[in-house]
Design a protein around this ligand. Structure first.
Ligand code: NOJ
Length: 559
């Protein structure tokens, strides 16, 4: 397998609005990030992925961009950005930016022009269609609720918005638009950024026939996803982007891709295909989705999770590359979702980190994960800020008359604001995030869970992550070793081996809050064993048959 710096790296995601506020307006900003660069260096990560920092009216917290080449007022200035980039580079850290080009903001100058008239030169930068019999062109629902089409008075046509109506979809069929995007990407890459995370990039090619989607259950709208996910020209567009822009730079590229499976993942990331380095797939974070998707959460099985993750591991074993993540700004907190944030809080946070970082791929840490931040449960819907949550609540409670308590429960489990409460830096007011009023409330557990505390404790979650990152740096097997799942039928244990040359590593993770027995498969032979990392103090004397403690995660090197 070809070696590459982005395979050997660990990425840390920053959601700037919630990371650190330097000017006391209650909103995280670039100078706040600058003030924490030493903290990130201490953790040992290699790359920072910045969620969008561009000009935006913030309908979707920066994922609605009104100017791709300027910085959002609340976050600072381009000078601040340049200082951040320089500060990161001085410390040997790289910066990956978010590229949001499936849609722009409706306040982007292109859209302001586009909506003016049918013959405006920017008309075809977006997707406009006449309605049929006074109804939208298709029955598609938008990801954030309601129809995916918005009627616009000025020209009497509808525009497509797969997300909010303030996020009109860009028309990638239009070559002029594509060239504008490539020019903008080149501008940032020339500035010296080190890569791009591409927002819902597998949505950019739509089926030009615009068929209606199937209506599932009691939904009001049709599911158009098969007509815009991994659409007809997606590979052509990405290959063109690669040829015109990406191939000129040695950068990290990761495409966010809902609805992508491992076979498709290989097409997007295969070396000879010249598209992207890796993708964010969604299959594993969707475990436990019920008939209403994530808003009807159900229990999930460890065998399902293992089947998904190992399918990706095997699928991209020889060609292509995996990204590894448990959470991000759209997902609940890892320890609350996949671990146990109560009795086994610390152990399960460390176990999950072990399980993820020892797989083959590039691991991503979401801000606060390294200090063990958890989900939040605000009593009132008024304390939530995410438009996806607010739209869903309104539709479910006010329009469909659903039980508000049940709806709140789903928000507690799967809502995006779980990830967006401010990073808990210390136990002072507002967790040290801001001297003002935070734009979203701080998780009330900040006195127990905060960065200052974990930095001081050598046995903390933070120091455990630091150790895992160092292990990756010191051992090629963690990056390039072959993955093999063992005990695939176990509902308790997630175990696998990694093999490189004569070396084999054994990774054993207990996902249960009980003691469980582990038996080494007969096919695994070894002369000697050496402990690599363990989230408990005492190490089992022998590994052929032993008991794993609740949420124990342990790694051995076998020779
Ligand atoms: C995916 C982003 O991660 C999410 O935060 C955003 O709301 C949508 N794409 C739309 O841009």
């Amino acid at each position: 397998m070809e070696k590459a710096w982005w395979k050997e790296s660990v990425v840390y995601q920053i959601y700037p609005r919630s990371f650190m506020d330097a000017n006391g307006d209650g909103i995280g900003d670039l100078r706040g990030i600058i003030s924490k660069l030493d903290y990130l260096k201490e953790l040992g990560i290699d790359v920072i992925w910045l969620s969008p920092v561009y000009k935006s009216p913030n309908d979707d917290n920066g994922y609605d961009i009104s100017d791709y080449q300027n910085i959002m007022d609340e976050f600072g200035t381009m000078d601040d950005f340049d200082e951040l980039l320089q500060g990161a580079h001085d410390r040997g850290l790289k910066i990956v930016m978010d590229l949001v080009v499936n849609h722009s903001s409706d306040e982007h100058a292109w859209f302001a022009e586009s909506r003016k008239s049918k013959d405006n030169p920017y008309r075809d930068y977006y997707i406009w269609k006449p309605g049929t019999d006074g109804k939208p062109p298709t029955n598609w629902g938008s990801v954030f609720g309601g129809s995916a089409w918005q009627f616009d008075e000025a020209t009497g046509e509808y525009y497509l918005h797969l997300f909010s109506k303030k996020q009109p979809d860009l028309n990638w069929e239009n070559e002029k638009l594509r060239q504008e995007v490539y020019k903008m990407m080149t501008w940032w890459l020339e500035k010296g950024i080190d890569g791009l995370r591409m927002d819902v990039i597998n949505f950019i090619s739509k089926d030009n026939n615009y068929p209606d989607g199937e209506i599932h259950g009691d939904n009001k709208y049709g599911d158009g996803s098969q007509y815009f996910m991994n659409g007809p020209r997606i590979h052509e567009f990405l290959q063109e982007m690669n040829k015109e822009v990406l191939s000129n730079y040695d950068v990290l590229t990761v495409g966010e891709m809902p609805g992508v499976n491992a076979e498709q993942g290989k097409l997007y990331t295969g070396t000879e295909r010249n598209e992207l380095n890796m993708v964010f797939q969604f299959e594993h974070v969707d475990v436990g989705n019920g008939p209403g998707g994530k808003w009807t959460p159900q229990p999930w099985k460890l065998t399902e999770l293992k089947e998904i993750l190992s399918k990706w591991q095997y699928g991209l074993a020889d060609n292509g590359w995996n990204s590894l993540y448990w959470n991000n700004h759209d997902q609940p907190r890892a320890v609350s979702r996949f671990g146990n944030d109560k009795e086994h809080y610390e152990k399960s946070a460390k176990m999950l980190a072990t399980c993820l970082h020892m797989m083959k791929g590039t691991p991503y840490i979401y801000q606060g994960e390294e200090i063990g931040m958890t989900n939040v449960a605000f009593e009132s819907i008024d304390d939530y800020r995410d438009l996806e949550i607010l739209n869903m609540y309104n539709e479910a409670v006010n329009e469909q008359g659903k039980d508000p308590n049940k709806v709140m429960q789903a928000i507690y489990e799967r809502g995006r604001d779980n990830a967006r409460t401010p990073v808990q830096w210390d136990d002072t007011e507002n967790a040290g995030f801001t001297t003002g009023t935070p734009w979203i409330k701080v998780n009330p557990n900040y006195k127990e869970i905060n960065a200052e505390k974990v930095l001081q404790d050598p046995n903390s979650i933070f120091h455990y992550y630091k150790k895992l990152i160092q292990i990756r740096k010191d051992n090629e097997i963690v990056v390039y070793g072959e993955f093999e799942l063992i005990h695939e039928d176990s509902e308790d244990i997630f175990a696998y081996t990694r093999t490189l040359g004569d070396e084999k590593w054994l990774v054993i993770c207990n996902f249960k809050s009980e003691v469980v027995r582990f038996e080494l498969p007969e096919l695994i032979n070894y002369q000697s064993k050496e402990l690599v990392i363990n989230n408990y103090e005492d190490t089992p004397k022998e590994i052929d048959l032993f008991e794993l403690k609740p949420y124990q995660g342990i790694v051995y090197k076998l020779t």
